[in-house]
Design a protein around this ligand. Sequence first.
Ligand SMILES: Cc1ncc(COP(=O)(O)O)c(C=O)c1O
Length: 421
Amino acid sequence: MESRRYVQSQRELERAQRVVPGGVQSSRRPWIEGASPVFIHRGNGCRVWDVDGNVYVDYTLGLGPIILGYADPAVTAAVNQQLTRGTLFTLNSVLQTQLAEELVRLVPCAETVLFFKTGSDATTAAVRIARTCTGRELVLRCGYHGWHDWCFLGNGVPAAVRAATLPFAYNDLRALEQLFEERPGQVAAVILMPGGEAMHAGDLVLRPAPGFLEGVRGLCDRNGAVLVFDEIRSGFRMALGGSQERFGVTPDLTTLSKALANGFPLSAVVGRREVMEAAERTLLSSTFNGDALGLAAGLATLGEIQRRAVVAHLWLVGESLLEGLSTAIAAAGVPAEAVGYPPMPMLVFRYPDPDQNREATRVFYTEVLAHGIMVQPGHHWFVSAAHTPEDITHTLTVMGDALEEVARAVGTGAAGGRASG
Ligand SMILES: Cc1ncc(COP(=O)(O)O)c(C=O)c1O
């Protein structure tokens, strides 16, 4: 079904398909064929404007990095100042030390810090540091950690590379223990998102079962493996020091990116000095790792997150979004749940039939996008410092109407409610 709202987006997509495979960058495919925007013109605060001139309150935020809001004045000023001084040098910038000092102050496991550009760079570097540190090869992983060879199971990756990384299910401590037992002295690292996985699988967001994170920590300690928390999504959102601060379990290494520089490319591996020292015995070099714009943006972003008490704001507006959504779900009588941690909320449909779930998702997202709320189907949402209580109220009105439309189009079931996940 073609919508007249997205005519220019469709034109741009057809044009792009002639010169770009699929016409899109990475995973940024049309969410709903013909009924969702594809190309964005600009963003400001928590709003984005598409190339057709439609404006949205945005809960996708560049897949997470925009924690302060688009074009945040403080970050823009810091980056502009750095632009006039040059952006990339052969030798080191003092900004690197300043930002490293800040991360050491904020993140519980951080004693030393290395900077990279993307999240995949950081997880790959953490795994290489762990392998160098332990002299072992095997990595046990849980969830999405990027697109690089060591953690991708799909096309284009040699079987031998895949065999060096084994998956385990979040919260299944026994399964992890068994992997260790079957391969004594072989595991270099365990890597996981501490707050839970399944965040963008259209499933409930899992939370650590009592004792799970402590159990993983204990298994790594007993087996001499490096524990890596992937906080690329949760860093600076769950708490200033990430999920490790909130849950009180400290890993050996942590990967950070997304919210670290409010949309400028920057990532980091932070961790215990003794483990991080292995970085000196391998190669982790890339031309743009020292990029001064990213470092300047990172310093400004961390400064603003603290000055404006952003983490508390994210929890507050996220909580009111989740609560309001639960009320709207009950009012519409559709089988759905509002789930997730408040800084990363999500709606999940719970119709018994997968086709009904697909149709409910199509109707809901088509409706909210058509009324100026940008959320992405099949992925949790994000809130930012720029989302106001008024934005949340407006969002809930639109989402309430969309849920009524779902009830009309797909039917009602036993009413859902708020699940703690
Ligand atoms: C938890 C986690 N780890 C790693 C990555 C990879 O980061 P990037 O896409 O910047 O390479 C992502 C990206 O979404 C992520 O969510």
